[in-house]
Design a protein around this ligand. Structure first.
Ligand code: ADP
Length: 362
């Protein structure tokens, strides 16, 4: 395990380096926060032990920079605190420290805390590796499943053209079932692919005017809106920092669901709004559709969970809201629904007003 030691007190730094070496780790020392940051940007580290009070860049500022960095692998951070900073511990932990040790530190205490850190780093790496494998697997699987499905669909199309109405009524019915199955399979595969691609295609955050993004989505959904004469309104929405493609997908899924899950024959009314609450924006997408019973308010955000599945006239794969949850989480917010079935639903999601700058938290 490579450990970056950020400590301006020479004696403490030497002591730390000697211990860390003795325990079998590889220490790299920096004399202040700024030097530590330069080293961190250039090299790979598994762990950082940082003093709090340092010239140029203090420990908390260093940790904030580390957490916002594009570094893919998780880095475990231990903050060294003096007696005076101890009461500010919450600030250090909120900046992203994993653990803290009070100075003057006890050798054995630091050793066991580092060992715990090493376990967490190993677990994080394994998890990241599994996630990568899984998303690669689903991406490849979805691609490979598409190919035979295309063959089925195109020959089925030809078959329908040539034989529908020429065989008996039962055969016509079978053709319809197969067409419907193929179409559902197509939706499932493309949604699965969208879910798997979400992380791989993550982009850097930029300033996004949510008014124009909603306008774009309304144009994209124009056909569905026209079909049911949906009325979609929105109040003056803020500009936020985020991943354009992902936020666009989020709005599309929520507005699309508002249109889709309407009572038969009704004209949906959907309203999009955002209010500032402390340091977050709380967005809401409210519809007057069929609503969602309270038992399902959590489960609908899990992949492939559908309340209106096969047999109902609502098509879908059950992936849309799980994508929404992933997107909101990456933006440092949360998503939930409030609904009094059968009186419509309001989907809420929060986005920090303070720039997170973290484009790597998929
Ligand atoms: P899909 O729409 O493809 O089924 P989602 O993940 O978007 O998948 O939604 C999961 C389930 O949550 C849907 O199948 C539906 O039962 C329910 N749901 C989602 N949005 C709404 C809504 N606005 N009104 C009522 N039910 C909804």
């Amino acid at each position: 395990m490579r450990i970056l030691l950020a400590e301006d007190d020479r004696a403490t730094q030497l002591r730390l380096a000697a211990y860390v070496k003795e325990w079998g780790y590889h220490p790299v020392a920096a004399n202040d926060g700024a030097e530590a940051w330069t080293l961190f940007e250039k090299e790979d580290f598994d762990c950082v032990i940082s003093d709090w009070m340092m010239p140029k860049l203090n420990g908390v500022e260093l940790i904030q920079k580390i957490r916002r960095s594009e570094r893919e692998a998780y880095v475990y951070v231990i903050l060294l605190t003096g007696q005076t900073e101890k009461h500010n511990l919450v600030e250090g932990m909120e900046a992203g420290a994993d653990d803290f040790v009070t100075k003057p530190f006890d050798k054995d205490e630091l050793r066991v805390r580092l060992r715990a850190g090493q376990r967490i780093v190993a677990l994080e790496r394994r998890l990241a590796e599994r996630n990568r494998e899984l998303s690669m697997f689903s991406s490849v699987a979805s691609h490979d499943l598409r190919e035979p499905l295309r063959t089925i669909s195109s020959f089925l199309g030809l078959f329908e053209k040539k034989y529908k109405g020429k065989l008996d009524q039962e055969a016509d019915e079978y053709i319809e079932f197969i067409m419907d199955g193929a179409s559902r399979m197509r939706t499932l595969i493309s949604d699965l692919l969208a879910y798997a691609r979400l992380e791989a295609h993550a982009k850097d955050f930029e300033a996004i005017d949510m008014n124009s993004l909603v306008e774009e989505k309304l144009q994209f959904l124009a056909r569905a809106i026209d079909e049911c004469q949906a009325k979609i309104t929105f109040d003056s929405l803020p500009t936020i920092e985020g991943d354009r493609t992902q936020l666009s997908q989020l709005l599309q899924n929520l507005i699309g669901n508002g249109i889709k899950y309407r009572a038969e024959g009704s004209q949906p009314n959907i309203h999009i709004d955002a209010v500032a609450r402390d340091d977050t924006w709380v967005f809401s997408v409210a519809d007057d559709g069929i609503g969602i019973s309270e038992d399902h308010h959590e489960t609908i955000f899990e992949p492939f969970r559908r309340l209106h599945g096969t047999g109902s006239h609502y098509s879908g794969s059950g992936v849309g809201l799980s994508i929404c949850r992933k997107v909101v989480k990456r933006h440092g917010g949360r998503i939930w629904v409030e609904s009094n079935e059968p009186q419509g639903s309001i989907f809420y999601f929060t986005i920090p007003r303070v720039v997170q700058g973290d484009s790597n938290h998929a």
